[in-house]
Design a protein around this ligand. Structure first.
Ligand SMILES: [Zn+2]
Length: 494
């Protein structure tokens, strides 16, 4: 049963009445917005990939920024809170998917994708993880815990996101698939079906869970680049433009496993997609491209001591993930042959002993961790943990409005700037605060509800819990927090 909350009703209302904004995207030059997120991709993940491949498309961006990533839970965020910050401009607690509870109850936060829908744009989410995983989920669903993936699946469909491509087939139950069909989705499960897929709505689920690691893929598996190409070809048909989020979702998983060869292979696939999108944007001139990471994973350090060279050749010769190597060792008990087959190197006696000890430990990850340790020592890199860290990540921007993103930002600032460009174009809105009037929606005190009020609300108050009389003026949906939904409602009244 679908539970309709007040805020989702408001949102439906917003979506069904397209905003007629004063600016038009032709004039501002920003028609399409493409956000690329390398999940867990710290600066060292990028640098080791550059060492292996020589040059990355990520080096071609003219505008570079630093992103702080902390959530309300503390310095170390998860993908749910980091994604919520990127998608809504509001900090929340770990595990939450575009909701907050700082108002005392669970409250939905309006997302950039939802704004795009109000503006009449087509929308898409593409990832190598389950499409119901935290990073895609935050753009088009609202739940208090990221593990509610069946509910997230249902909401992604109910939101009518035009293109949904990734893994996660087992999270879509019969009812959700039926609802997708009724809503006009073309549902595809294989590479061939993806190639042929047409229409305004496509749901592509290419694995029960995540799409396999690049190093473990078979020819029939779908990759991030082909999903991206299909998504853009469908979305670009909309004359109002599109909003697309593309996630290299398994850089994070590889880093959690301290699997350096998979970190590099996943980051390289992400960079290939970045290159494709950058070329697309360069040809058009009306597409804003933002490349960032939600957080760093693993605390990856390059080099173990002064003067050490990194032996990136070790990485070039590895052709399987450590988890695949570990399961084959368990199945065959042939440590030397399996390691040689997938890494090209001969184990030393010490290394064989280290692996044999790990096999006998109760910890199910001990064996793959031992293999990762051996590879990392040979490469000359180290991870501080199997978890996320609070390190800042990089942000790259290209296209109309890109210059706004240089500098030291937090995810919530980046979201605000993207929302500003989507709603107001590149123009600067002069603001004079005169005082407080009695008019709901009027924060500038000129007794009118206009663009200025929306602008002040977005740039100065977004994410604030409603406290003062002034803040109550612009809490249009009366949900106790100032969020993008309020900005939209002010614009609709102006
Ligand atoms: Zn992670």
């Amino acid at each position: 049963m679908k539970k309709i909350t007040i805020s989702s009703l408001l949102l439906l209302l917003l979506i069904s009445t397209n905003l007629n904004l004063a600016y038009d995207s032709q004039e501002s030059g920003i028609k399409n917005i493409i956000i690329l997120i390398g999940d867990g991709m710290g600066m060292s993940h990028v640098q080791i990939t550059k060492l292996v491949y020589g040059h990355l498309n990520m080096e071609e961006f003219p505008i570079i920024g630093f992103e702080l990533t902390e959530s309300l839970s503390g310095e170390v965020t998860d993908s749910a809170a980091a994604g919520t910050a990127i998608a809504t401009g509001v900090k929340t607690y770990n595990r939450m998917i575009s909701v907050t509870n700082i108002t005392g109850k669970v409250t939905n936060l309006t997302t950039l994708l939802e704004i795009a829908q109000v503006l009449g744009k087509s929308t898409g989410l593409v990832t190598t993880t389950r499409i119901t995983h935290a990073t895609p989920a935050v753009f088009a669903s609202h739940v208090p815990d990221r593990d509610m993936e069946e509910e997230i699946a249902r909401q992604l469909i109910a939101h009518r996101v035009n293109v949904l491509l990734g893994g996660g087939r087992k999270k879509f139950d019969e009812n959700t698939l039926k609802m997708a069909k009724e809503q006009g989705y073309n549902i595809v499960f294989t590479k061939e079906e993806l190639e042929k897929a047409e229409g305004e709505f496509i749901l592509g689920l290419f694995a029960d869970s995540h799409i396999p690691y690049v190093l473990d893929r078979k020819p029939e598996d779908v990759g991030l680049l082909e999903m991206t190409k299909k998504a853009i070809s469908i979305l670009e048909k909309n004359p109002n433009g599109f909003f697309l989020m593309i996630e290299g979702g398994r850089i994070d998983h590889a880093a959690h496993e301290n699997d350096i060869a998979s970190v590099v292979a996943e980051t390289k696939e992400f960079d290939d997609v970045v290159g494709y999108v950058l070329e697309y944007a360069k040809k058009r001139g009306d597409t804003l491209v933002i490349v960032l990471a939600d957080h760093e994973t693993g605390g990856l350090g390059l080099g173990l001591t002064y003067g050490d060279a990194i032996n990136e050749d070790v990485i070039r010769n590895i052709n399987a993930s450590v988890s695949k190597i570990a399961s084959e060792i368990r199945a065959t008990n042939d440590i030397k042959r399996v390691i040689k087959k997938y890494t090209g190197f001969e184990l030393t006696e010490d290394e064989i002993n280290y692996i044999e000890e790990a096999i006998n430990l109760a910890d199910e990850y001990a064996l793959q961790n031992a293999i990762a340790d051996i590879i990392n020592k040979r490469v000359g890199v180290g991870f501080v943990s199997h978890k996320h860290t609070g390190a800042p990540v990089s942000l790259l921007a290209y296209g109309p409005g890109a210059e706004n993103f240089a500098g030291f930002l937090h995810h919530v600032d980046t979201a605000k700037l993207i929302a500003k460009l989507m709603l107001f174009g590149k123009k600067d809105i002069p603001v004079t605060i005169l005082g407080i009037s009695g008019v709901k929606g009027d924060i500038t005190g000129d007794f009118k509800v206009d663009e200025q009020d929306a602008y002040v609300t977005l740039m100065m108050l977004l994410g604030e819990r409603v406290d003062t009389e002034l803040e109550r003026k612009v809490d249009m949906n009366n949900n106790g927090i100032i969020e993008l939904g309020d900005v939209l409602l002010i614009l609709q009244e102006s």
